[in-house]
Ligand binder design. Sequence first.
Ligand SMILES: *Cc1c(COP(=O)(O)O)cnc(C)c1O
Length: 380
Amino acid sequence: MIDNIIPFNRPLYTEKGIGYTVDAITVKKKIIGDGEYTKNCNEWIETNFSSPKALLTTSCTHALELAALLIDIKEGDEVIMPSYTFVSTANAFVLRGAKIVFVDIRPDTMNIDEKLIEDAITPKTKAIVPVHYAGVSCEMTTIMDIAKRHGLYVIEDAAQGVMSKYGDKYLGAIGDIGCYSFHETKNFTMGEGGAILIKNPEFIERAEIIREKGTNRSQFFRGMVDKYSWVDIGSSYLPSDLNAAYLYAQLEEATKINDERLKAWEAYYPLLKDLENRGLIELPLIPVPCIHNAHMFYIKTDNLETRSKLIEHLKNDGIGAVFHYVPLHSSKAGLEFGRFHGEDTYTTSISERLLRLPMFYGIADKEISRVSESIHGFFN
Ligand SMILES: *Cc1c(COP(=O)(O)O)cnc(C)c1O
């Protein structure tokens, strides 16, 4: 009998977040989008991550869709990205008629292999979408240089990368546009939600318009126009201020929350190191100059069969460990909307070996020890 489950994730909440949410309802009496808490979140992101413009969205999926609208993706355009990612990275561009060109990942970080990007560029290529897996940055110096030389946009899928850095720059604030997720499985959460960060000034005004149903309502509220009207295509990508209130309390404590997660990550590492030394598993690598946010702690087993058995073993010990993406290029929609450029040397083979261990704010040291003991029990 297991009475003591260690789940894969426990969604983050703070007491203050509950207080702010109640305040939005009962004191501010404003729960629609773009209330005070949404503005606080936007400004917090802009100030702390040196982003010229940040806007909360209803999800990272929607932030990516907004990005695809902003760079004016049209039928037949090509967008380069890794196949080892979430469906939304691709869907956002497929919805606008783009063809997805997948390139292989690096086996050490699971990120797009920057050395393979240039060969995948054609006259139809419009953008590169680096995905910062596990909150560990892609090689952004190389990627920004390729984009500049070929006149391409860079849209960062930084869903997992809030608080992470590449050198002294925050992920999401490096490319033309960056997209964050505040889904309940991410480091900071508002249940469902996200943000778009805009560095390229040509997109700032239009982002506000598209996000507000194609109207110039934001300019109206700032007193810049005397009435608002339909001025462009658009949708509704702004979240309720209720969700923003819940999130803002976490952003105010972002450093503490991030430090706690890093402590948990750093607790796992030495406990599992002997298994790596014995050649039984591989541990994650954080290359220079990446500063990560402990979004994930994953290990790699020798093959798919070992991983499946280990998941089962951990489950029997009451521990939630899960695998991750099934590569997009070999999935039903991926075959239809994309193509893989070059060889799939690592994407499929390594994705089959990767296993994510329980990792969340507030995971106890003794829970981490129990996970480690269970993994040791499996291999001994
Ligand atoms: C979570 C995630 C998304 C989607 O985020 P939502 O906020 O749930 O839409 C997109 N890309 C990556 C890499 C993710 O991890």
